[in-house]
Design a binder for this molecule. Structure first.
Ligand SMILES: [Cu+2]
Length: 348
C-alpha cells in the first residue's frame, strides 16, 4: 500500500486493543522508517508486535511516548525554549511594537508526522507577545503567504483594530501589510489568531499565539512558563490526530520541563485547539491556584484539573514540595494518548 492511501485515524488508533493492533501496520505505512506512535504502545501493542523496533519495546516498557523525537532544528523552534520565550517587542517612541509575518511552513508535529502549517514568524504557536497594562501597542503585520489572513487580538479595542474581514483593514491579501494599534487592556492572558474564513481552518493551520498583558504592579516573582494546548488535523477530516502543548507531541515526555523544588511556577495556559470543544490540564501529585483569563489577582480555584473551551485560557500557580518527576496531561484521555502529556522534572 502506498504512502498516504490509508488515512491515519485517531478512532482506529484509540479503539482499544484490537483496533490498536490493526492500526499498527497502517501507521508504519504512513510514517515509514520513522518512530512508532506511542498510542499503540500505550493502548495494546505487545513488545514483539511485528515491525516494532527495540526502541519501540523500550518505549513500551516506559509506557508512553513516541519512539524518537522531533529535532528542534527541523522546525526552527524548540518547545523547550518556547516555554520561557516571551517577546516584549521593542519600544518605538512611546509605543511597544512587534512585526509579525504570516507564511506557509511545513512543521513536524510528531516524529515523522509532517504538517503543512501556516505560521506567524515561522513558529507554531506564534511569538508570545507581552506588554504592560495601559501601554500603546502596534503590531505590524505582513501577509507573506498565498492566502488572505488577519490578526485578531483578544482584548478591549476599537472595532477598526479587530482584525476581521469588513472592518478596518479587513482581510490582508497576500503580499500586503497593515498595522494594528490599540491599548493593552485588560491585564490578563489573552490570545491572538487569524480571523479569516473558514475560521477553524485558519486557526487550526497554526495562526495563533499567546498575548500576555501584565498588570501595572507585577505579579509575584516566579518561574514563568507558556503552554499553548494545540492539535493537528493531519488528514483534513476536521478532527485532530495529534495533540500537544507547544506543538510537538510528547516532547515534554522525552525532555521534561525542569523546575526547582519550592519555587513558585506560573503557567500561562492557552487552549488554541480547534475541532474539539474542550481541552483540559491535569497535574499529578499536586494542586494549583487557577486565575481564569488572568484578569483578577485572586485565584478562583485551588484544584488539580482545569477544563478550557476553545479560546479559553488561564494562569496556574503552583509549587512542587518534593523533587522528582510529575506528569501533566490533558484529562481528556484520548488527547493525552495522542500526544498531550509531559513531565515536570523537579530538582533540588
Ligand atoms: Cu488566516
Amino acid at each position: 500500500m502506498k504512502f498516504g492511501q490509508r488515512k491515519l485515524s485517531r478512532r482506529r488508533l484509540l479503539g482499544g486493543a484490537a483496533a490498536a493492533s490493526a492500526a499498527l501496520p497502517a501507521l508504519h505505512e504512513l510514517v515509514p522508517h520513522k518512530g512508532l506512535h506511542h498510542a499503540l504502545d500505550a493502548a495494546a501493542a505487545e513488545p514483539h508486535t511485528p515491525g516494532m523496533s527495540m526502541n519501540g519495546a523500550a518505549a513500551h516498557a516506559a509506557h508512553l511516548g513516541t519512539v524518537g523525537t522531533v529535532n528542534p532544528r527541523t522546525n526552527g523552534f524548540d518547545p523547550q525554549e518556547m516555554l520561557r520565550d516571551f517577546d516584549e517587542g521593542r519600544m518605538v517612541g512611546a509605543v511597544r511594537e512587534w512585526e509579525l509575518v504570516a507564511e506557509e511552513k511545513e512543521i513536524e508535529v510528531a516524529p515523522g508526522v509532517k504538517y503543512a502549517a501556516w505560521a506567524y514568524n515561522d513558529r507554531v504557536p506564534g511569538p508570545t507577545l507581552r506588554a504592560r497594562e495601559g501601554e500603546r501597542l502596534r503590531v505590524r503585520f505582513t501577509n507573506g503567504s498565498k492566502h488572505p489572513h488577519t490578526i485578531h487580538f483578544h482584548g478591549i479595542h476599537p472595532s477598526a483594530q479587530d482584525g476581521i474581514a469588513g472592518l478596518g483593514a479587513g482581510n490582508i491579501e497576500p503580499g500586503r501589510s497593515t498595522a494594528y494599534e490599540f491599548h493593552a487592556t485588560p491585564f490578563g492572558l489573552h490570545l491572538y489568531h487569524c480571523h479569516t474564513l473558514p475560521l477553524a481552518e485558519h486557526i487550526a493551520k497554526g495562526l495563533y499565539g499567546a498575548f500576555i498583558i501584565d498588570p501595572k504592579d507585577d505579579r509575584p516573582a516566579a518561574d514563568e512558563l507558556l503552554m499553548v494546548m494545540n492539535g493537528f488535523d493531519t488528514n483534513f477530516d476536521r478532527s485532530n490526530e495529534v495533540y500537544a502543548v507547544n506543538t510537538v507531541a510528547f516532547d515534554y515526555m522525552h525532555r521534561p520541563v525542569r523546575v526547582k523544588r519550592g519555587e513558585l511556577v506560573r503557567i500561562y495556559l492557552v487552549n488554541a485547539l480547534e475541532f474539539d470543544l474542550l481541552n483540559s490540564f491535569h497535574i499529578h501529585a499536586n494542586f494549583f491556584d487557577y486565575y481564569p483569563t488572568g484578569t483578577r489577582l485572586e485565584p478562583r480555584d485551588f484544584t488539580d484539573t482545569v477544563v478550557q473551551g476553545q479560546g479559553e485560557r488561564g494562569i496556574l500557580e503552583l509549587r512542587f514540595p518534593y523533587a522528582g518527576k510529575y506528569m501533566f496531561h490533558a484529562h481528556v484521555s484520548e488527547f493525552a494518548e495522542l500526544g498531550w502529556m509531559g513531565f515536570f522534572q523537579v530538582d533540588e
